[in-house]
Design a protein around this ligand. Structure first.
Ligand SMILES: Nc1ncnc2c1ncn2[C@@H]1O[C@H](COP(=O)(O)OP(=O)(O)OP(=O)(O)O)[C@@H](O)[C@H]1O
Ligand SMILES: [Mg+2]
Length: 219
């Protein structure tokens, strides 16, 4: 299990509960789909798992470590979280710079092939033409694609994907499905939120659904 969650309860305001007494495990090599109506708490669950929300009760264990005892970068060494809002994933001015920040942060092959790895990731999502253009001149779909290119630099980690393909062309969705499939064959899993379930269906190992502040296993 990459995540083991025990007796997790959470509320943003201390009054309205988003989750109540969640007990669940996420296998590291599974693709787990997380479903639930708008406002049910899907994004909140991602934020909890990635350590961005602290005020919860219960226990979240990430790879045998208590999540609340880990620093942001310790969590980021294990897990990559793609946020629902594309521009929320941006950490630099241009796509090329954005990806090099990831390379630098995780010291991934800063050697000679750093540029080619970057180009390969950008090429995968048709972003070469726009790689030096500032994000404020890019469309929502292009920003999303840049985020997915950066994700490829974090290929070996567990992925938390909050609507990763919303707004993308069908061809790019297919490319992303193929990448997830390849990773899955290599034993690398993900937590996935998507409204395009049909496309991802063959990859899904388990279905979770948020209902009435609980996370239920769907069969
Ligand atoms: N920062 C915040 N402060 C207070 N309440 C919040 C905050 N973020 C989300 N909420 C509330 O928590 C609930 C769950 O929101 P969340 O964004 O997790 O839902 P979601 O399932 O991801 O929805 P969607 O399908 O629209 O993306 C909603 O009622 C929302 O209003
Ligand atoms: Mg959401």
């Amino acid at each position: 299990m990459i995540y083991q969650i025990d007796q997790l309860s959470f509320s943003y305001d201390g009054i309205n509960m988003i989750f109540e007494d969640i007990n669940i495990g996420l296998p590291h090599d599974n693709i787990t789909l997380l479903d639930g109506v708008n406002g049910s708490g899907k994004t909140t669950f991602c934020r909890l798992l990635s350590g961005l929300e602290k005020g919860y009760s219960g226990k979240i264990v990430l790879n045998d470590n208590i999540l609340s005892s880990l620093s942001t970068s310790q969590v980021a060494n294990e897990v990559t979280y793609i946020k629902q809002e594309p521009s929320a994933n941006v950490v630099a001015v241009t796509p090329d710079e954005d990806i090099s920040v990831w390379q630098h942060k995780f010291k991934q092959k800063i050697g000679d092939d750093a540029i080619s790895r970057r180009e390969k990731a950008l090429k995968e999502f048709n972003m070469i033409t726009f790689k030096d253009q500032p994000f404020w001149e890019l469309s929502g779909g292009q920003i999303k694609r840049s985020g997915l290119a950066a994700l490829l630099l974090n290929y070996d980690k567990y992925w938390i994907l909050d609507e990763p393909v919303t707004g993308l062309d069908e061809k790019l969705v297919d490319i992303f499905v193929t990448i997830l499939q390849k990773r899955k064959e290599e034993g690398k899993g993900a937590l996935l939120i998507t409204h395009q379930q049909q496309k991802f269906k063959p990859l899904i190992d388990s279905f979770l659904k948020i209902e009435n502040k609980k996370i239920l296993m769907k069969t």
